[in-house]
Design a protein around this ligand. Structure first.
Ligand code: M7G
Length: 305
């Protein structure tokens, strides 16, 4: 079935999330009887408006709500088109797994400080259980040519190479919300916890190349980009987020307690090669997350409170 057919068959059952600030909703529903689906709809930002923005032709209809003295307010319908000025971005996950449903659902969060012992005892086995099918999309990109028509760059060296491509969070139109993803070819790094002094020069070179490639393709300067990794990431195969600094991100993806700048990662392992093996790492953990569901992990956190 095509995406538009899948959307037409979607039967909404629950609002997982609704955020007036990011103007987005996440809906849980079913497409076929036994398969769950998640649809995210995010209203699009203006396509980089400048002083030539033509209000008269951009605003198709207005319905005045009221006016008072010199103040007027109204509802409006803006002109939009799919190619260059879409009204919204829609993502579908189908079939959605239990892990997806838990991830996208509204949930209380906790600030957790993960010690190296908690990592070793509970996170490592959890991470191993989250590989396989869950990161199939990563292997599809790296080794099966999936999404290759969108690649900004593909260096196939198995040790130092990577793919740089548009992240599925980006509409690929609006440079203000530019969001790229760099997935490394090597399969031996699950997260920052696996990085040490042997990776310093590789990461320095990688960052430089990412900045250069992004500038060449999109004319966005190096100092207009935030390049960072997540801890914990949703997918345990090392990757980096390359995002326009104008973009505040959806959810907490760019906030402290989730994002770690690549510059900080490099400097930390330059200062101490085993920094990420020894460090307590503080981050926000949702109650639906698999790690929170592990009793020992949760208890270790509670004992430290
Ligand atoms: P993360 O830190 O593991 O997860 O980053 P999170 O940010 O979703 O919590 C993974 C990144 O890969 C995210 O920015 C996703 O939007 C992006 N991503 C995920 N998938 C399944 C795909 C995909 O199939 N294609 C592309 N291009 N990006 C994806």
């Amino acid at each position: 079935m095509s995406l538009s057919e899948l959307i037409k068959s979607f039967q909404c059952q629950k609002i997982l999330k609704s955020n007036p600030q990011t103007k987005s909703v996440v809906l849980l529903g079913q497409i076929s009887k036994s398969n769950d689906a998640i649809i995210t709809i995010e209203k699009s930002h203006f396509v980089t408006p400048d002083e030539s923005y033509d209000v008269a032709s951009s605003v198709e209809q207005t319905l005045e709500i009221n006016h008072n003295d010199i103040y007027y307010w109204s509802n409006s319908i803006l002109k939009q088109d799919l190619e260059e000025n879409p009204g919204a971005k829609l993502n579908l996950i189908y079939p959605a797994t239990e892990t997806h449903i838990r991830k996208y659902g509204e949930q209380p969060h906790h600030y957790v400080v993960e010690t190296p012992q908690m990592y070793k005892d509970y996170a490592v086995p959890y991470i191993e259980s989250m590989k396989g099918d869950r990161i199939k999309w990563v292997y599809n990109i790296l080794f099966e040519g999936k999404e290759s028509e969108t690649f900004v760059h593909h260096d196939k060296d198995l040790q130092t190479g990577f793919v740089l491509l548009p992240d599925m969070k980006w509409d690929t139109i609006n440079l203000d919300t530019l969001y790229l993803c760099c997935i490394v070819n090597r399969t031996d790094i699950s997260s920052v916890r696996d990085l040490n002094e042997s990776h310093v020069q590789w990461l320095i070179d990688l960052q430089q190349r990412l900045r250069k490639l992004t500038f060449e393709k999109y004319s966005v300067e190096a100092d207009q980009l935030r390049i960072f990794a997540h801890y914990h990431p949703s997918y345990y195969h090392f990757h980096l987020h390359i995002v326009n600094i104008k973009h505040p991100g959806l959810g907490n993806g760019i906030a402290v307690g989730k994002a770690i700048l690549l510059d900080d990662i490099i400097e930390n392992i330059q200062l101490a090669g085993d920094y990420y093996q020894k460090k307590n790492i503080g981050f926000l953990l949702g109650e639906n997350h698999g790690l929170w569901q592990i009793e020992g992990y949760r208890k270790s956190h509670e004992e430290r409170q």
